[in-house]
Design a protein around this ligand. Sequence first.
Ligand code: NDP
Ligand code: 8X3
Length: 250
Amino acid sequence: MTKTALITGATSGIGHATAYEFAKQGINLVLCGRRLERLHTIQEALGKLTHVHILNFDVRDKTETFKAIESLPENFKQIDILINNAGNAHGLDPIDTGSLDDWDAMMDINVKGLLYVSKAIIPQMTARKSGHIINIGSSAGKEVYPKGNVYCGSKHAVLAITEGMRIDLNPYGIKVGAISPGLVETEFSQVRFKGDKIADTVYQGFQALQAKDVAEVVYFAVSRPAHVNIADVLMFCTAQANASILNKSI
Ligand code: NDP
Ligand code: 8X3
């Protein structure tokens, strides 16, 4: 039977690339994000490969999140695969000068948003005793780097929550895992540095992971046989050996 996947943060980067990998395999898609115009464009493109429904909401907003997921039409209501991908870093500052707004954004989106979306979808999975949840973690969830403080904290939380989900949902036969990349060349640094030109230097001088590299691993994880659960993947570009950001001038 054709499966349906809901992907948060599908308007760019890893989420968009994952949507494309899934569409090529004929997986039905529910694509989420705040930028409606992009959602329409992606729906039109991927609609040539599979069935696509879009949901336009901000994962920080509990009410909006539940309303959006409840609004799914009958043919998209059953979510077999949930990819919790929406997230970002905001700022790269020492803890003593970091901004409260940046901290709120990272905890509200990366941690609480992931929980809201999961809470809206898990009941249907437990009722059916099947489902697969992949949370996009980060190497920053395994290791802390200078000035990474709160972003690293949010991603450590994602990995802890992933483990908790896997344990609690195991009796229902629901698979839960995390994919944790290092530096991936997406809009991530544009967001982190708020459009500052320093963002252009982050991926200079080496070949960073591309969104497609991560998307292929996400598809690998969801396409394993029923008895196999990919619990945790840490992946780097060849030039990166640990979670430290390579460009020391940043
Ligand atoms: P992008 O900035 O390219 O994509 C982020 C996505 O998240 C966008 O689609 C954005 O959509 C969505 N998003 C952000 N805030 C919200 C919100 N409040 N509500 C709903 N959607 C939101 O970055 P990446 O693709 O790189 O990031 C995807 C995930 O991968 C994140 O969780 C990130 O932490 C993680 N990651 C990234 C790495 C990297 O180096 N790039 C490495 C390791 C992990 P929209 O703005 O339309 O809402
Ligand atoms: C993103 C990886 O190292 O740019 O999670 O913070 S990093």
